[in-house]
Ligand binder design. Sequence first.
Ligand code: 1CP
Length: 348
Amino acid sequence: MSNDRFINALLRKPVDATPVWMMRQAGRYLPEYRATREKAGDFLTLCKTPELACEVTLQPLERYELDAAILFSDILTIPDAMGLGLSVNEGVGPRFERTIRTEKDVENLSVPDPEDDLGYVMDAVRLIRKELDGSVPLIGFSGSPWTLATYMIEGGSSKDFRQIKTMMYQAPELLHKLLSTITESVISYLNAQIAAGVQTVMVFDTWGGVLTTNDYEAFSLQYMRKIIKALNTGSGDDRIPAILFTKGGGLWLEQIADTGCDGIGLDWSIEIGDAKARVGDRVTLQGNMDPAMLRAPDDRIRQEVKHIIDSFGEGSGHVFNLGHGITPDIDPEKVKVYVDAVHEFSQS
Ligand code: 1CP
């Protein structure tokens, strides 16, 4: 690969500068993304048309010196393939026609065949790898079982997680059964992405942070540990690294590192130097600038990038990122300030 900083940082090998990418780097803040989505008609058609998914995956790489590409797709492709009837509308967000609430609902679910029901994702991966032509590595991803279950049970986004928490406390065995089916689906989905060519996998546990410490272990981390163990990542220096990101997971870094993952995604609430002191060099840390900082004046953005790099300190094992996805209101020029500052301040 002509740029292997990202993989090297995940394997804790020396790098010439800290690699950087950005969650939601292909997205609504880019006018060219909005134009392609317009051409597709809607978001799901964009995801399900490999040529267009490939086009938007590459868009941010044309503008910025990013060290990785992330597959353009969504975490909700799995429940969609399970037949829940997904729609994603501007201003409304994702919605499912059918929710999972009863024993019968859970029993009726089956594990999707990734090359068949999710074949459009694998086609996109193969096409993107071809187009990237070894320039930067491609990240594949999935939602965590807990995070996917929140959408499947609530029927869309949620503020208080009322339905899933009711199930968790009234019918925990039923929720575990659902989480087991989703876990099997995630394992086969990520292994198919690896077979199709992704060079790193990331699991987004966006809603793990709403759990108590005990429930985080029982309802989220336990299943992510199973996923890490079942991935066909290979071994040694050729392995496909795996990153776990629990938003709000700063309390549980030691337990997350114990899963055997290669990298931990950090949100912005924790000092990265403190995180490093807790997990040592067992794992790489990915993060963790507040995405809202991209609204600050350029100098303030540069100052924050430098602060995070200095806080991480010496040695490999840092992938620079935002602590969560970039929001649609951000000026694309600010992203250039952020990306360039990471390389400038981290040159060794
Ligand atoms: O109108 C549009 O164009 C749709 C907006 C959008 C986009 C650009 C959605 C709907 N998904 C995506 C792409 C997406 N989603 C990517 C693309 C790759 C990249 O990062 O560039 C990725 C990795 C995701 C993952 C995703 N989807 C997560 C996990 C990461 C995170 O941000 O926490 C979650 C929670 C979702 C659900 C989802 N899909 C879309 C939206 C708006 C949401 C969030 C809804 C919510 O807040 O509950």
